[in-house]
Design a protein around this ligand. Structure first.
Ligand SMILES: [Zn+2]
Ligand SMILES: [Zn+2]
Length: 280
């Protein structure tokens, strides 16, 4: 998927058993009620049976919009223990045409015309980014300690998925690998649980710091500033770099004056920035 990809799904996606609207959060229903899909209601409008594509007139949308619809349907099916069935084709500017396939664990896949649906049903495909073998993809150097946000293995048919759940914000993500789940957890911590970094300007504290320490702290602040220009998942590497600089600063302080009591205060500044807790 790229930023340019416009696409359409034509056809229907349904649950094996309709889900009563009273059991679905209104925001979730709302997400399926505008844009490129039309909800299919049953039971006199009291249950959601699935959705259908809005057709050529209104069904073309950015692929990200469509993927949000599909992720929403997957999440409803997961939560309410329903099976999904897709009778739909896709047509994409960038990825050609094909069929929508539901795998044995309840995930949607775009099966292109020249591919075997079975590859996707068994997840023997490369649809999920975490399955692509790259050491930098979803790399997290440091895992933040915060017991409010957990990663839990979750059975999905013959597969195991990983639910990222936050005590404060509910379901955060449910990727297909633990590696991506850990990454999504860190991204959520940055997005929703991290206060803005301490401002490091021309302050008295900054002037009091030895240059070697100050340099590291400024580098840390720079990384954190850069990290804020990116969406949370991309910000992780900047935050990891910032933590490393802050640790270097702390080590530098210890090296310069291990017994000086005023150092304790400076040390605290560095430790605050290096702290792995989300409230640092
Ligand atoms: Zn696939
Ligand atoms: Zn949260």
């Amino acid at each position: 998927m790229s930023d340019e990809d416009e696409m359409i799904y034509r056809g229907r996606i349904t649950f094996d058993v309709p889900v009563p609207l009273s059991e679905i959060e209104p925001e979730t229903v709302e997400r399926l009620s505008y844009g490129p899909v039309i909800p299919l209601y049953t039971d006199l409008g009291r249950a959601l049976g699935g959705v259908r594509g809005a057709g050529d007139e209104n069904g073309w949308a950015h692929s990200g919009v469509w993927f949000d619809v599909l992720r929403t349907l997957e999440a409803i099916a997961r939560r309410h223990e329903r099976a999904l069935d897709a009778d739909a084709t896709f047509d994409s500017d960038e990825r050609g045409r094909g069929r929508l396939v539901v795998d044995a664990g309840g995930r949607f896949h775009d099966c292109q015309e020249d591919e075997q649906p079975e590859w996707h049903r068994t997840r023997a495909c490369r649809c999920f980014p975490a399955r692509i073998d790259s050491p930098t993809l979803f790399a997290v150097a440091d895992v933040t300690e915060d017991e409010r946000i957990t990663v839990r293995p979750m059975p999905a048919g013959p597969f195991t998925d990983y639910a990222v759940v936050c005590e404060d914000h509910g379901d955060v993500a449910c990727p297909t690998t633990e590696r991506e789940a850990v990454f999504r957890r860190e991204a959520h911590i940055i997005e929703a649980h991290t206060a803005h970094p301490l401002p490091l300007g021309r302050t008295g504290a900054a002037q009091a710091l030895p240059p070697a320490v100050l340099g590291q702290l400024q580098a840390a602040a720079g990384e954190l500033r850069r990290g804020r220009s990116y969406a949370a998942p991309l910000a992780i590497r900047h935050r990891d770099a910032a933590r490393e600089h802050a640790r270097q600063a702390a080590a530098e302080l210890r090296r310069l004056s291990p017994s000086d009591p005023t150092d304790t205060l400076l040390h605290l500044v560095a430790e605050l920035l290096a702290d792995t807790s989300p409230h640092a």
